[in-house]
Design a protein around this ligand. Structure first.
Ligand code: HPA
Length: 234
């Protein structure tokens, strides 16, 4: 038990999937795992442990934004021994070639700052995905026929960002999409020798203003969970 995670020792698996939304964690665990058990509900941040094809898996909410994700990822790794951490979430598309429902595998995650910034001092650390997970997730997406992009994303601190020029520069530099968590996930995982990846579904588009209706989000989200699970145990 930690400050933010009420699980008992041994109740968290070495492989953890991290949706932002705790209710997505519940839906994903009930839909894709067997023998599911609720292992955390501190502050309403739900975590579930079960098995997938016989392999132990935890699906735990991260909350929105890097400060929230950082709390859970630090405790999952340092106190519960998590080794493979895969964010499953949504992002805003930033390139014309990226369409709603496409999946993005974040090879790198740029940011203005992360909660780890202070210990990295003046270094512009380059948060990057685990190559083995990235390659396995790309293979899994191709087998499923999921439209896929692999490349850099931007982890923002502000959802309602009024700095259009900043978005324009990200687009100009080939950034595929924007979300709010991956850069800190990659940085903390690197610090503790863990594997990390962010698998993202494009839920809205910054250039066109298009957005997925909520009833169509579930299917896209399901593809992402399966890609993450296949990658974790490839
Ligand atoms: N901005 C930041 N985070 C997001 C977005 C966005 O447009 N869409 C989904 N997550």
């Amino acid at each position: 038990m930690t400050i933010h995670i009420g699980a008992k020792p041994g109740e968290i698996a070495e492989t953890v999937l991290l949706p932002g939304d705790p209710y997505r964690a519940k839906w994903a665990a009930e839909t894709f795992l067997n023998d599911v058990k609720l292992v955390n509900e501190v502050r309403g941040m739900l975590g579930f442990t079960g098995t997938w094809k016989g392999n132990p898996v935890t699906i735990h909410g991260s909350g929105m934004g890097m400060p929230s994700l950082s709390i859970y990822v630090n405790e999952l790794i340092k106190d519960f021994g998590a080794k493979t951490l895969i964010r499953i979430g949504s992002c805003g598309g930033m390139q014309d070639k990226v369409a709603l429902r496409d999946v993005i595998l974040a090879m790198t995650a740029s940011s203005i700052s992360t909660p780890s910034r202070a210990i990295l001092r003046e270094v512009n650390f380059a948060p990057s995905a685990d190559y083995g997970l990235l390659r396995a997730a790309a293979d899994a997406a191709m087998v499923k026929g999921t439209p896929l992009h692999v490349g850099g994303i931007y982890s923002a601190d502000v959802f309602y960002d009024e700095r259009q020029d900043l978005s324009d520069q990200m687009t100009r530099h080939g950034i595929l999409g924007v979300e709010m968590e991956a850069a800190e996930l990659y940085t903390v995982a690197a610090r503790y020798g863990c594997r990390a990846l962010a698998v993202l579904t494009v839920s809205d588009h910054l250039k066109t203003g298009a957005a997925l209706p909520s009833d169509q989000r579930e299917k896209s989200f399901g593809d992402m969970v399966e890609i993450a699970l296949e990658a974790a145990f490839a």
